[in-house]
Design a protein around this ligand. Sequence first.
Ligand code: SAH
Ligand code: SF4
Ligand code: F3S
Length: 467
Amino acid sequence: MSANKRYHIHTYGCQMNKRDTEAVGVLLARHGWDAAENEATSDLIIVNTCSVRGKAEDKALGKLGLLVSARRKQARSQIIGVMGCMVQRLGDTVFDKVPGLDFAVGTRRLAAIPGIVDCVVAGQGPVLDTGDNLDLAEDLCGHEEGSVTALVNVLFGCDRRCAYCIVPTVRGREWSRPADKVVEECQSLADGGIREICLLGQSVTQYGKTNAVFDESTQSSAGFTEPLPRLLESVDAIAGVQRIRFTSAHPSGCTPELVRAFKELPSVCEHLHLPVQSGADSLLKRMRRGYDTDVYRKAIAALRDVAPELGLTTDVIVGFPGETDDEFNATRAFMNEMQFDNAFIFKYSPRPGTPAAALQDDVPDEVKIQRNQLLLSDQESRGLALNERLVGTHVEVLVEGVSLRNEAKWSGRTRTNKIVVFEPVSGLKVGQLRHVRIDRAMPQTIYGYIDDESFSNNTSTRDHDSL
Ligand code: SAH
Ligand code: SF4
Ligand code: F3S
């Protein structure tokens, strides 16, 4: 057994938080910490927090309270810290909300965590660090080993300021990583066995818009001039990278060049997460989203033109201040028109300091719940109908390993980001691209069996475009 001390990080929030947790874990490992199996055996516990809705913060605060009281009851010497978006929002008041915390670190100072833990060990706690210093960003490029998919940060912060959203406050101004750093990270991931890369940014289509990311002397051989298509081209060129995704996109960034990237770059998957938030133009305006339904509709039409099988997913908020029945019905109709494969539906939650927080939160909770349930049940039938169309067809699956829900099965994803569950066969390995014949569909998952041979001419999803 190793003599190193052990850490555990409990994560709330989006993929960006998942990625931050991984990067901080790698940094701690470099500083002599081992990952603990669970909280009970940890010498250091960190909660990585989300502020996007009130509930997300309540959960994190509840969790921290429980951790501190468990430590007191067991009279253990354990370090308990908090990191991420909620720290950035609450500042030192987080110590009043959870007395007993040893440290609190904001979103732009994560690389300082190992040093801060040393200070706490030396008796200098509690420590608060919410500085705005991204100089340390390149210290955060470490990845855990043994996976086939990886998240890679390309854009930090968000400058968009949608009326309801706390993210710009807690994640700071937009800043894009230089393309060569991103490519270097992707190359080393590919060398280490990663087959699928997801490029991350809150509004990732803004990549390279606020600071230069390419050397002036470099040129795109495909003739791309916009930063994101150029970056996709560079990552596509890396041997070993078989699939690329990027998230989250914004309709304003669905330019003809981005559409061309979907068409011409073989590793760019036919999948897009494009949050629409509402299907009513009046509401989109109040939300300050910067597009109307027609812009959204045209973006999707252009993408489906080059990738008819595109997997399209979205986010929707119900109960934004002043949302009328007509506006809600417009959202319902728009979701049906777009035929989303999946949708995350959220009840509006006022966030302090955002422009929408000045408006009265006037949609009663029962109405929010009802609207939420209606959209969810619509989505369930739509998702099922779309997945049922795949029954009897073959899909290309990147094998990710034993299914989380059923240990007797394995699972992976299609290029369109559908989860596929199938029977294991001999020679099956994590990271393989296999063909699965689909024989059953559920709203969120499709099921089948490996059937590489009968898949004539070994046609990939990509080749369907040209048939
Ligand atoms: N950057 C991403 C979204 C980040 S937050 C984007 O713009 O695409 C993830 C989702 O949470 C948003 O798309 C939105 O649907 C939801 N959300 C954000 N603020 C919210 C709020 N105040 N109340 C409810 N849902 C919210
Ligand atoms: Fe929030 Fe809008 Fe930025 Fe997304 S684009 S993080 S919803 S402000
Ligand atoms: Fe939440 Fe922060 Fe992500 S507020 S959604 S964890 S950027």
